[in-house]
Design a protein around this ligand. Structure first.
Ligand code: FS2
Ligand code: SF4
Length: 540
């Protein structure tokens, strides 16, 4: 196996025997084969578009299948066998309907599950010998994976845009061709542009379904009733679970990226939606053991399941773990059936309390715009000297204490804007406020990173600036998985420069590709805390 798609790639170069994430060689090669065959499906889908017979089911299928290959989403071999078989069947049915033939291997290869591993081992990342083309292809594929996740979330809530699917097909098909470095670079930049569209669509889907997030205090302690812990990013799953557990005697707690759900008006009407439990994804083994009740993983990040809670963890959607109970998709127009989880919760003791107190969330774009006059005044008077965007992902590496240290070292006239699970490095600190404006504004999940771009663009408009980089905003982004890659590409498309990216630069950037990003966009690795804080406050 060889995988270098996330920030925790072994030794900063790639996982070759087993993933730090828990991905085994056999799952890794299934992922590789699935992605390879999705590229073949994309080639056929492009041909269908050329012939004026597009198949509208291909885009959503590709989005879901790619979502399953994101870091920490799905480790279930049976699920990948099904996805590989479904990809081949879809591709061949489309070929037959078009009368299309091709000698290309990804367009014609077929075989039984018994040979998937051997084939997957042939077609992985390292099958492209040119390291710069490999780097650009993988950067594009990982950006598209992140886009796929956002697109699937929006589709679940009933919003889709054909141009997003069309780009995903175009990008995957392009990776099967011998394009020049310049052509591949142009596609990577286009990926950022379409990424903005996908992020805006998800924002529209979330707020149309559940209202605009409002600044909200979320309890960290626990009650005396049994609980269900819901993790991941899928708000529709939360909606179904809350609705089905009304008056059940069970409380619902959020975990990790589900925390910002407390800020949506639609979820505030459930009195049994009581608080947030625990921290970012990588601490789940100890926290899930202490929770005592059932846990529902709606998306990534799931880590290797421990025996302490194996009999009370459930997956759903595109997430999975071998041997763990999986809740089936909702029927058309219906709801998922969470009755088994609710029934099990009733037999469980209440959670063990990990901490007490409250944290604040719900500072997405509408809430920040509601404070716009105050914010603009504070900038004009100098009360707010700088905004520092510290969004993205959390992870295991101890070097990520950098983000806690930066949050503490920033001067009192700096405001932190965050989204994603990176916030758990500093969202329980008492950072205070500036004239009533909290010094930490949490826009929500990584899925809500659009809010950060929206606020920046609005401020640019309000201050009448020509260049987004003239704003008093610095970017100190923490990344881990592929959704952070599409957010990064989206920011680059919007013209944002001088981004600090850490805790390490991606292993999949070859020296030449990294050089282009550094020279064009002044992307830089994180450095020492005091130096970075001083530089950011000086707009460097
Ligand atoms: Fe955090 Fe994990 Fe949100 Fe990422 S919970 S690193 O996949 O999606 O951010
Ligand atoms: Fe390694 Fe990350 Fe790939 Fe997992 S997803 S195998 S940790 S590079």
């Amino acid at each position: 196996m060889f995988c270098f798609q996330c920030e925790e790639a072994t030794k900063g170069t790639g996982c070759t025997t087993k993933g730090i994430c828990g991905k085994t060689e056999s799952i890794a090669v299934q992922h590789d084969l699935l992605v390879y065959l999705l590229k073949g499906l994309a080639v056929v889908a492009e041909e269908a578009q050329r012939q004026g017979q597009p198949d509208a089911s291909v885009g959503p299928f590709i989005a879901q299948a790619l979502f399953a290959t994101i870091t920490n989403a799905n480790f279930d071999p049976a699920r990948f066998n099904s996805l590989i078989q479904a990809t081949i069947a879809k591709r061949d049915a489309l070929k037959a309907s078009l009368g299309y033939q091709s000698d290309r291997d990804e367009v014609s290869w077929t075989g039984s599950p018994a040979i998937y591993a051997a084939k997957g081992a042939e077609v992985g990342v390292l099958s492209q010998p040119n390291e710069d083309l490999r780097s650009l292809r993988e950067l594009l594929v990982y950006g598209v994976k992140g886009m796929a996740a956002y697109t699937d979330h929006a589709a679940i809530l009933g919003l889709e845009k054909p141009e997003i699917y069309a780009f995903m097909i175009k990008a995957l098909a392009a990776t099967t061709r011998e394009l020049s470095i310049d052509e591949m670079t142009a596609l990577v930049m286009e990926c950022g542009a379409v990424g903005v569209t996908a992020m805006a669509l998800l924002d529209e889907a979330n707020t149309r379904a559940y209202g605009n997030p409002e600044i909200t205090q979320v309890k960290l302690g626990v009650g005396t009733r049994p609980g269900i812990l819901i993790s991941g990013h899928d708000l529709k799953d939360l909606q179904d679970l809350l609705e089905q557990s009304v008056d059940s005697g069970v409380d619902i707690y959020t975990h990790s990226e589900m925390l910002p759900a407390h800020a949506y008006p639609a979820f505030k009407r459930y009195p049994h939606f009581v608080g947030n439990y625990g921290n970012a994804w990588w601490q789940q083994d100890k926290e899930f053991a202490a929770f005592n009740g059932p846990i529902l993983m709606t998306t990534n990040c799931i880590t290797p399941v421990k025996s302490a809670y194996r009999d009370r963890i459930y997956t759903t959607g595109m997430t999975g773990w071998p041997g763990v109970k999986h809740i089936a998709d909702r029927p058309e127009g219906g709801a998922k059936d969470f009755s088994a989880i609710i029934a099990q919760a009733k037999t469980c003791p209440p959670p063990i309390e990990l901490e007490q107190g409250e944290i604040t969330t719900g500072c997405a774009h509408a809430q920040v715009m509601a404070l716009a006059d105050q914010v603009v005044d504070a900038v004009k008077t100098g009360a707010i000297k700088r905004f520092v965007v510290m969004g993205g992902c959390d992870g295991r590496h101890k070097e990520r204490s950098y983000y806690t240290d930066v949050a503490q070292a920033l001067p009192q006239d700096a405001v932190i804007l965050t989204a994603g699970c990176a916030k758990y490095r500093f969202n329980k600190l008492d950072l205070g406020n500036i004239g009533g404006i909290p010094r930490l504004l949490d826009a929500g999940q990584c899925n809500d990173s659009y809010s950060l771009a929206f606020v920046a663009l609005k401020l640019k408009e309000v201050f009448g600036l020509d260049d987004i980089n003239e704003l008093p905003i610095s970017y100190d982004i923490a990344w881990y998985e592929q959704k952070a890659i599409i957010v990064l590409l989206a920011l680059l498309h919007l013209g944002v420069k001088h981004i600090r990216l850490g805790p390490t630069l991606p292993a999949f950037l070859s020296p030449n590709v990294a050089k282009v990003l550094i020279e064009t966009f002044d992307i830089k690795p994180i450095g020492r805390v005091e130096e970075d804080v001083t530089a950011m406050m000086a707009a460097a």
